[in-house]
Design a protein around this ligand. Structure first.
Ligand code: UDP
Length: 451
């Protein structure tokens, strides 16, 4: 007999992890689940503060546990964060599960971010069905799971510092070992801590009955063929439905939607660099001037912390000159923006969520990656799916305004690319419609968690 499924959902404490796990939670609620969604206290407070008035749901219970850091500590210090999480979270999670049972509200399964896979040990210990979710490309996960093999082949050296291009398998875009997350951060000690944390999670993920991810078969076919344990259930697109908690750390500025309504079809350049990219002042100003030079309407997400000096960060007179044509917001309802017919292209840092959201809406990409797997995602966009162009820096490491202007024009003129993008959008939506491949995978997962 089936039980009423009640899932504990545990994201890694970063925006690009909380949002897709919240989307997955909505998919599960639609299929009869109740959810206990566990953020760190620090992020929980931000998520609750950013909630729109009507966006609560009784089937999703937002709860929190401490992350082991003091209030004022830097959560971008991944070494400290990792140590803090491991010190406090396991016991707090056990207690939360126990208390839920005592209150007659038993948690039946645990869906953890792969970057929190250590928590699957708790699921095992406490008799919950264990599952893992991966919020980036399947290729990246397949690569991380093969670290031991790549180490023995000498692609990754024991100190995890070697930098070289390699190809995981036929048909897969090449990757640069310099872009592994641990190679992009902090000092040697931090790198080592994060590298070991990944290895520990790789071991723990063996416990998971399912490893699902926000991707779909056609965009990473060679990976899914060679790593059948990774099951695509994407694209997750519940963010298109307003009035549901979306797990955002900043309140969405929805006024840009009516501004978009006033713009011609496929005319707007949407510019967003995700949740933690930082610009230096010189590059920020160059981007502003480049957007101005296009002469086209643009919607630009300028997070309060996008530059170190935000007050006078714009070039002199910029805001007056672009008034009406250019719109800056602190945080957008990105799913809805990308689905809007007036958006013509997406100037993006190529985070995986933004990548999937963009291709699912048939937009063209201008790629400006900064960090880690964003470079791999750029290769998918430009070389594999062919729905975008690279925006390269000059010899001084600056992306100049003239280049921004000319690349936007080149992109928007490319009809062949636009038809590819529309085809990809169609494939994405077929995947999650009734009988689609991702939809069937999700159903298999749901059925297993219910038994
Ligand atoms: N996002 C949003 N509004 C914004 C900017 C970003 O809702 O103004 C969302 C976006 O839709 C995506 C997430 O934030 O779901 C960012 O994740 P991504 O993997 O693209 O980048 P990261 O922040 O992890 O670098």
């Amino acid at each position: 007999m089936g039980v009423l499924p009640h899932a504990l959902v545990l994201p890694y404490p970063a925006q690009g992890h909380v949002i897709p796990l919240m989307e997955l939670s909505h998919c599960l609620v639609d299929r009869g689940f109740r959810i206990t969604f566990v953020n760190t206290e620090f992020n929980h407070d931000r998520v609750v503060a950013a909630l729109q008035i009507d966006s609560t749901m009784e089937q999703i219970n937002l709860v929190s546990v401490p992350d082991g850091l003091d209030q004022e500590e830097d959560r971008n210090d991944l070494g400290r964060l990792t140590e803090g999480l491991m010190k406090t979270m396991p016991l707090c999670l056990e207690e939360l599960i126990r208390k839920s049972s005592e209150a007659g509200d038993r948690i039946t399964c645990m869906i953890v971010d792969e970057s929190m896979a250590w928590a699957l040990e708790i699921a095992k210990k406490m008799g919950l069905r264990p599952a893992a979710f991966w919020p980036a490309s399947a290729q990246l996960l397949a690569t991380l799971l093969r670290i031991p093999e790549l180490t023995s082949k000498g692609v990754i050296d024991a100190e995890a510092t070697r930098q070289e291009m390699f190809q995981l398998g036929p048909g897969m875009p090449p990757m640069n070992t310099a872009h592994f997350a641990w190679n992009c951060i902090g000092d040697r000690r931090t790198q080592r801590t994060v590298f070991n944390y990944i290895l520990d999670n790789n071991r723990a993920i063996e416990i998971a009955e399912f490893v699902i991810c926000n991707s779909f078969k056609e965009i990473e076919e060679p990976v899914f063929a060679s790593a059948p344990r990774i099951l695509p259930v994407g694209p997750l697109l519940t963010g298109l439905r307003p009035g549901r908690p979306a797990g955002h750390f900043w309140p969405e500025d929805t006024t840009c939607m009516s501004w978009l309504d006033e713009q011609p079809p496929s005319s707007v350049i949407y510019v967003s660099f995700g949740s933690f990219t930082i610009f230096d002042r010189r590059q920020f100003q160059e981007l502003a001037l480049g957007l101005e030079a296009t002469g086209r309407p643009f919607l630009w997400v300028v997070r309060p912390d996008l530059t170190a000096a935000s007050d006078d960060a714009y070039p002199p007179g910029f805001e007056t000159r672009v008034a009406g044509r250019g719109r800056m917001v602190a945080w957008s309802p990105q799913h809805r923006v990308l689905a809007h017919p007036s958006v013509g292209c997406f100037l993006s840092h190529c985070g995986w969520n933004s990548t999937v959201e963009g291709i699912s809406n048939g937009v063209l990409f201008l790629c400006w990656p900064y960090f880690a797997d964003q470079f791999l995602n750029q290769s998918f966009i430009c070389d594999v799916w062919k729905v975008g162009l690279r925006l390269m820096a000059d010899e001084n490491g600056i992306v100049k305004q003239e280049r921004i202007e000319s690349k936007v024009e080149e992109l928007l003129r490319d009809e062949e690319m636009r038809s590819k993008a529309l085809l990809l959008k169609d494939i994405a939506h077929r995947n999650i419609s009734r009988g689609g491949s991702s939809s069937q995978n999700l159903q298999a997962f749901v059925d297993a968690m219910k038994t």
